[in-house]
Design a protein around this ligand. Structure first.
Ligand SMILES: CC(C)(COP(=O)(O)OP(=O)(O)OC[C@H]1O[C@@H](n2cnc3c(N)ncnc32)[C@H](O)[C@@H]1OP(=O)(O)O)[C@@H](O)C(=O)NCCC(=O)NCCS
Length: 187
C-alpha cells in the first residue's frame, strides 16, 4: 500500500495531543477487507480494537462509497484520532460529507479505553473549526440521542446547543447545532 498521499497529509489536523488523519480510498478498502496490518501500516499507528462495530459495519462502507464517488472530498468524511504520545488510534471524529445548503454534520466515537480524557472534545473542536474554515459552511450539526450525556457534553463543549429539529435518520435523535455567527463569536 502507498504511504499517505500529499492530500491526506494536507488535510490532517493537529491539536495539542492529537493528529486527526482523514481516511482515503486505500485505507477504507483495507479496513472493509479486514486487512488490518495493511491499514495499520498506512495509518502509521496501532489500531488496537478500533474501529468498533458500528463504524466497521456501516461507517467504513459508507466512507468507501462516498470516496469512490468523489475521492477529492476526503476532508469531509472520516478522520482517525491518533493520540500522539501513544502512537495509537483512540477513535474517530467524522464529518458526514460535503456541506449541503451550508450545513455539515459531525459525529464522534472513542474506544472505551481512551474515554474521559478530553480527547473527543479536543478532536471535535478541531473538526468543527476545520468545517468553519470553509466559507460555504454556515452551520455544523450533530445528531444525538437526548439520553447520551457524554455526547451532549462533547457537543456543548464545542459551542453547540440543542435545537428542536429531530433527526430524519436516527429515530429519537435530536440535532445539536452551532451556526457560523455563534462559532465566530466564541473564538
Ligand atoms: C461521546 C464520547 C465520544 C465522549 O468521549 P470522551 O473522549 O470520553 O469525551 P471527553 O473526555 O472529551 O469529554 C467531553 C465532555 O463530556 C463529559 N463526559 C465524558 N463522559 C461523560 C459521562 N459518562 N457522563 C457525563 N459527561 C461525560 C466530560 O466531562 C466533558 O465535559 P466538559 O467539556 O464539560 O468537561 C464517548 O463517550 C463515546 O465514544 N461514546 C460512544 C459513542 C457515542 O455515543 N458517540 C456519539 C454518537 S451521537
Amino acid at each position: 500500500m502507498s504511504a499517505r498521499s500529499a492530500e491526506v497529509v494536507a488535510e490532517t489536523l493537529h491539536t495539542a495531543r492529537l493528529d486527526l488523519v482523514p481516511y482515503d480510498l486505500d485505507f477504507c478498502r483495507a479496513i472493509v477487507a479486514g486487512d488490518r496490518a495493511v491499514a495499520a501500516e498506512w495509518m502509521g499507528a496501532d489500531l488496537g480494537a478500533w474501529p468498533g462495530g458500528g463504524e466497521l459495519e456501516s461507517g467504513f462502507p459508507a466512507n468507501l462509497r462516498a470516496l469512490r464517488e468523489d475521492s477529492s472530498a476526503l476532508g469531509w468524511h472520516g478522520r482517525a484520532l491518533i493520540v500522539r504520545m501513544h502512537g495509537a488510534v483512540a477513535g474517530s471524529v467524522n464529518l458526514k460529507g460535503r456541506p449541503r445548503d451550508g450545513r455539515v454534520e459531525v459525529g464522534w466515537e472513542l474506544d472505551r479505553h481512551y474515554r474521559y480524557q478530553g480527547y473527543a472534545r479536543e478532536g471535535a473542536r478541531a473538526v468543527v473549526a476545520y468545517a468553519f474554515s470553509h466559507r460555504e459552511v454556515q452551520e455544523v450539526v450533530a445528531e444525538i440521542d437526548p439520553t447520551n450525556a457524554p455526547s451532549i457534553a462533547v457537543a456543548e463543549s464545542v459551542g453547540m446547543h440543542r435545537t428542536s429539529e429531530a433527526s430524519t435518520q436516527h429515530p429519537g435523535a435530536i440535532l445539536w447545532a452551532i451556526t457560523r455567527p455563534e462559532f465566530e463569536a466564541g473564538r
